[in-house]
Design a protein. Structure first.
Ligand SMILES: *Cc1c(COP(=O)(O)O)cnc(C)c1O
Length: 345
């Protein structure tokens, strides 16, 4: 009971997939991005729940994630690797039947040499300049690549979470220029692109963050609840200090609860003095600094000493926490600690 409980609502996850799937026309396949261990929530339960909801294809970042997913998911559904075919990956790619998204001529050579005839996809750069084949390399290699067992061509949008950004239309036009008439399945959109409308959907979409309840999918249902048990409660008298560096001085007598999670569990130290925990509908502010394994919380507003306090709950989602420290919900989710007991419900 001393362990922090991370509740993961798989039916909310499934509803989010269904909601995003409903944004595109009937012929468009909605896949799922489950990299970084299913955005921190546990790739096995997450992917299996999504498959039950209807997802027929998955994307991860690296071959090791693909192999773990293959073991959890069974032999049937395609798994794509955004990082492509990296040095030393041939055995994993072949053994787990992964589809590397080749992103440069060197990867094409490596893949062809190590695994001739093994299916691949191609990742194109349409302007983000992060990962993907440049237009001139693609022009040279396309006839050969399209003739092989090429499962998919894709690219990625840099500014899809800003619907009015001119970069979206620019990348769309570039992706079209590079892929019109190829006859191969195409994918351009993650969560943000799904919400940009049908011009951006092509054959396959591959949302991630929206499935897990994060922005920019404003209609998402929350998927996580983080409930942290109280270890000890004390009265702190007016003028006494709390925690490292004496950064907090009690302005009056107050009741402070010490709870069992800290920055080693992904609760960023930069949240010191900023974040609020919740007991039902009652806000209970953090006082003092975030420690490695502990947080100190002002619970004076509660009648009784609580058993646990919630950091993530219906009153406060990953994006609310992210906004406090100038980051994004993605980083809060993927930082969620390994010490948590993940409970799927
Ligand atoms: C992470 C990622 C996705 C999923 O993006 P979300 O914004 O989480 O929906 C899709 N495509 C690529 C290439 C990615 O790296």
């Amino acid at each position: 009971m001393g362990q922090t409980q991370l509740h993961i609502d798989l039916s909310a996850l499934q509803e989010n997939w269904t909601g995003l799937d409903a944004c595109s026309a009937a012929g468009v396949e909605t896949a799922a991005t489950v990299k970084a261990n299913g955005y921190g929530l546990g790739v096995g339960p997450v992917a299996n729940a999504l498959a039950k909801a209807g997802a027929r294809r998955f994307f991860v970042a690296i071959a090791e994630e693909g192999a773990a997913l293959r073991a959890a998911l069974g032999p049937d559904l395609p798994i794509h690797i955004y990082g492509g075919h990296m040095q030393g990956d041939a055995a994993l790619i072949s053994g787990a039947r992964l589809i590397p998204m080749l992103n440069a001529p060197e990867q094409v050579q490596r893949h062809r040499a190590a695994l001739p005839g093994h299916p691949y996809g191609v990742q194109l750069d349409s302007g983000m300049n992060r990962l993907g084949m440049e237009a001139q390399d693609w022009a040279a290699l396309a006839p050969d690549l399209l003739a092989g067992p090429c499962a998919l061509v894709m690219s990625h949008l840099a500014c899809a979470d800003e619907p009015d950004h001119p970069m979206n239309a620019q990348q769309l036009a570039e992706f079209r220029r590079m892929t019109d008439g190829t006859g191969v399945a195409r994918s351009l959109s993650a969560t943000g692109g799904v919400l940009l409308g049908r011009d951006y959907h092509f054959d396959i979409t591959r949302p991630g963050i929206g499935l897990y309840g994060g922005q920019p999918y404003a209609d998402a249902r929350p998927v996580v609840r983080l409930s942290i048990p109280v270890i000890q409660t004390r009265i702190v008298a007016k003028g006494e200090t709390v925690g490292y560096g004496n950064s907090f001085t009690a302005p009056q007598d107050m009741r402070v609860a010490t709870i069992a999670a800290g920055y080693a569990d992904g609760i960023h130290r930069a949240l010191s003095g900023k974040v609020t925990l919740w007991h039902g509908a009652t806000p209970c502010p953090l006082v003092g600094r975030v420690s490695m394994d502990l947080l100190t919380i002002d619970v004076s507003a509660l009648d009784d000493a609580p058993e646990a306090l919630d950091l993530l709950c219906p009153h406060q989602g990953v994006d609310d926490i992210a906004d406090l420290i100038g980051t994004i919900g993605y980083e809060i989710l993927t930082s969620l600690g390994q010490r948590y007991n993940r409970i799927y419900e």
